[in-house]
Design a protein around this ligand. Structure first.
Ligand code: FAD
Length: 450
């Protein structure tokens, strides 16, 4: 019999990867530690347990990037999407599921598959060489012993254990009649640029109103176990800094020194800076703006910043315990650990963010592992597809120095050539191109597997 492909972690990514591999006729050994050991968020021993919300977000494949990702996954024969479709509950244009029925469905499909063996065991170290190609999909709450082993292999700096996310803004929603590009004191950056930041100026009254809004804004509660996780002093939530004193932010991330507002020729009283977040230059993150404000409060408060009145957010800020790799630095284009290519990572641990994204990366990892096994070079999906755009971002498109988990969004896609329609219709150009290109990839991928 063919040697099995080992997969560690039976969450969203590991379950999808197992299905993709077994569906191609290759045996799988899936190692899942629950119920022998558990995480702080999981409550059951079911595979693909949803730890928080029961939503897979928008199911609109024409106008929404995550809806497009759903459709691409369906076309690629995804188990996670098929089970979600079978177990869905009414949720308007979103795809939401009965979480218990969903997990039971995935568990039943995988346990009854003749080519899948499920071992309920905690893996405490990196996979032994004799396992060959292995997919590691142990998620943001990877058990401590394995997390230590990964840290030893990749280096201390490569694993972030506390996820402090700052919001990301679409560049084309920023008002450049107010904002300008400049690096502080025109200092040259590593790429040679002296105008790497977008600067949004605030006068004294605007700054004081903004600080008060941060202090008053509604915050997300900490879960009991999260209370014990300390903040890193270097990435305090913005509202915690605001509460320490009215001047704290003006001497921290909001300091205006060294920046010349072209409208006044002077340094602004305070400033909000945004830094490029992807190679395409379509996304900018708000520097130092990690936050635990509720999402609605973030939109309301951050749109008070001059120049961001019409800001559209590719991702809002958040804070929870998380473990993810610095994938742009550590992984190759098909998710293999550069220092040990037999190990391929999948799911949230690669720095994608969200149930659907994690499952999508699991889907790709499963297919790539099959190509490896067949002695072929795995082919990533085109960057014009939602899967390919997400993969390209986490494995190289994102800036390694400021890498943070990322949801799929249209800012990750290359801008289509030619004149584009405005508004909603623009998105249809992206989604039609994605599905056409995906079909080509699925055909090539299938041919390679045969
Ligand atoms: C608290 C929290 C809330 C979240 N809420 C949401 C949300 O509402 N919506 C959303 O879209 N995303 C959410 N996410 C983000 C993310 O989408 C989920 O964490 C998602 O489950 C990630 O999928 P995964 O397959 O990478 O990891 P998981 O689904 O966590 O699967 C990893 C699996 O590996 C197992 N495992 C871990 N270590 C070992 C080991 N050493 N040996 C064997 N097995 C092991 C775990 O038991 C688990 O089953 C949340 C994350 C966290 C931490």
């Amino acid at each position: 019999m063919t040697n099995p492909i080992h997969i560690i972690g039976g969450g969203l990514a590991g379950s999808e990867a197992a299905w993709q591999v077994a569906s191609a006729g290759v045996p799988v050994i899936l190692h899942e530690m629950r119920p022998v050991a558990s995480t702080d968020a999981h409550k059951t021993d079911g595979l693909a347990e949803l730890v928080c919300s029961n939503s897979f977000r928008s199911d609109d494949a024409e106008y929404n990037a995550v809806g497009l990702l759903h459709e691409e996954m369906r076309r690629a024969g995804s188990l996670i999407l098929a089970a979600a479709d079978r177990q869905k509950v009414p949720a308007g244009s979103a795809l939401a599921v009965d979480r218990d029925a969903f997990s039971a469905d995935v568990t039943q499909v995988l346990t009854s598959h003749p080519l899948i063996e499920i071992r309920r065991v905690e893996v405490t170290g990196l996979p032994p060489a004799e396992w060959g190609t292995t997919i590691l999909a142990t998620g943001p709450l990877t058990a401590p012993a394995l997390a230590e082993a990964i840290k030893a292999e990749t280096g201390e700096e490569s694993l972030a254990f506390f996820d402090a996310i700052a919001p990301i803004v679409y560049r084309d929603s920023i008002d450049f009649s107010i904002c300008w590009m400049q690096s502080r004191y025109d200092k040259e950056g590593p790429g040679g640029g002296v105008a790497d930041y977008i600067n949004c100026p605030l006068n004294k009254d605007e700054y004081h109103d903004f600080i008060q809004a941060l202090i008053d804004g509604e915050k997300t509660d900490f879960k009991e176990w999260e209370k014990n996780t300390p903040y890193f002093e270097g990435c305090l939530p913005i509202e915690v800094m605001a509460a320490r004193g009215v001047e704290t932010l003006r001497y921290g991330p909001m300091k205006g020194v060294g920046l010349d507002d072209p409208r006044t020729g002077r340094w602004p009283y305070a400033v909000v800076q945004l830094r490029q977040d992807n190679a395409l230059g379509t996304l900018y993150n708000m520097v130092g703006f990690q936050t635990k404000l509720k999402h609605a409060a973030q939109v309301e408060i951050f749109r008070r910043i001059p120049g961001l009145e019409k800001a559209e957010f590719a991702r809002l800020g958040g804070l929870h315990r998380n473990m993810f790799l610095n994938s742009p630095r550590l992984l190759d284009a098909t998710l293999r650990l550069k220092s040990r290519p037999a190990i391929r990572f999948a799911g949230q641990v690669t720095g994608c963010e969200g149930y659907v994204e994690s499952a999508a990366v699991g889907l790709m990892a499963g297919r790539f592992a099959l190509a490896d096994r067949a002695g072929m070079e795995p082919i990533p999906p085109p960057v014009t597809t939602a899967m390919g755009a997400l993969l390209a971002h986490i494995t190289g498109g994102a800036a390694a120095a400021s890498f943070q988990p990322m949801n799929v969004n249209f800012g990750l896609f290359p801008v289509p050539e030619g004149k584009l329609p405005k508004g909603r219709d623009r998105k249809r150009v992206y989604t039609a191109r994605a599905l056409a290109d995906l079909n080509g990839w699925l055909g090539a991928d299938r041919a390679a597997a045969e």
